[in-house]
Design a protein around this ligand. Structure first.
Ligand SMILES: [Zn+2]
Length: 345
């Protein structure tokens, strides 16, 4: 089965407009796919590139067809008229891979100026386009101003504001937006066979970004998600020995997991306070059982504490003591309305 636009969840507007561009033969010479990480931009750029090169019937059947010579070569990674540039590729030039470098852009520009091998279009995808530094951007600007015939360039970025306005203005913009949590939860229920509660929890934690919710999160991160949700649900009722047990267990975890735990806790709290949250209240209630009936200002104070804790977690604290102090302090805020001491994390 070939991958088509229908496989990109929650981006119907972007996908149908791209498909229309192809079917009506109104393809622009440059596109800007923009939106947060995990919204499907990268997959969409791949499918769009493959569809632009596909020689199959665009009216009937799937687009791209998945069966023509072009599609087969594309899948094999050997399509001679397809180019992909990313900062990781800078490593092949002996550079760090932190940004796209001028040599990569020079090579791309020269490849795009040659005739197409297969006699059709030439397509280039530039991943993380915001990492093009000044000089590659300038060299590239000329190509965008006077694009060679039948060349389509797709820029993909999660921070469009970091691109030069002159580049942005030359591209057809295609926004990718996070899904409403309730819609994402539906997708997760269907694709993962998850329970409604699990699906909602994952949707909240992924902030509506399907890629993050589906495969983006590694096993370890998912485990941290579970622990964050469990902790938030039991926060107010946890007896002291359980708090200490939790903190002790975390002593053995990898240090990098600590800020993830804190961020997930903050995210659950943030969603619970957002008025237009699309999450059914019974599910939110379960997630936040530990905060049962806490006045909004107490929940807000807990959120502030988590924000402070996230910054402080970068200072390599003793994880066990850090978590004990934070949880006891949050419990004190929930029950009594103030912190135990004057400690700021
Ligand atoms: Zn094809």
């Amino acid at each position: 089965m070939t991958t088509t636009f229908g496989d990109i969840a929650g981006q119907e507007a972007a996908c149908s407009s791209l498909l229309k561009n192809i079917r009506r033969d109104k393809v622009a010479s440059a596109y800007l796919f923009k939106g947060p990480d995990g919204t499907g931009k990268t997959l969409a750029a791949r499918i769009f590139a493959k569809a632009l090169l596909c020689s199959g019937d665009k009216e009937a059947g799937p687009v791209p067809c998945g069966a023509c010579r072009s599609c087969v070569m594309f899948e094999a990674g050997s399509h001679p008229d397809f180019f992909s540039v990313s900062r990781e590729g800078a490593v092949e030039y002996g550079k760090s891979g932190a940004t796209i470098i001028v040599e990569q852009m020079r090579d791309l520009i020269s490849s795009l100026s040659l005739k197409s091998y297969m006699g059709g279009r030439k397509v280039a995808v530039i991943h993380g386009a915001e990492t093009m530094k000044d000089s590659p951007e300038n060299a590239f600007l000329k190509t965008l101003e006077e694009p060679p015939p039948d060349v389509v360039i797709i820029l993909v970025t999660d921070s469009p504001s970091a691109l030069l306005p002159t580049i942005i203005s030359r591209c057809r913009q295609v926004p990718f937006t996070p899904m409403e949590p309730s819609r994402l939860a539906d997708v997760l229920e269907k694709r993962l066979g998850a329970s409604a509660e699990e699906a909602f929890r994952a949707a909240i934690l992924a902030e509506g970004c399907v890629g993050r919710a589906l495969g983006g999160a590694t096993e370890g991160v998912r485990e941290v998600d579970d622990e964050a949700a469990g902790l938030m649900a039991r926060m107010a009722q946890m007896p002291a020995d359980e708090v200490m047990g939790f903190a002790e267990k975390w002593k053995k975890r990898e240090r990098k997991d600590l800020p993830i735990l804190l961020e997930r806790m903050a995210e659950i709290l943030r969603m619970s306070q957002s008025r237009n949250s699309a999450i059914p209240s019974d599910i939110m209630k379960k997630l936040l059982a530990g905060f049962g009936g806490a006045p909004g200002d107490r929940a807000e104070e807990c959120f502030d504490m988590l924000m402070e804790a996230i910054s402080a977690s970068a200072l390599n604290p003793n994880v066990q003591l850090f978590l004990e102090a934070l949880i006891f302090d949050m419990q004190s805020v929930l029950q009594r309305g103030h912190r135990i001491g004057t400690k700021r994390y």
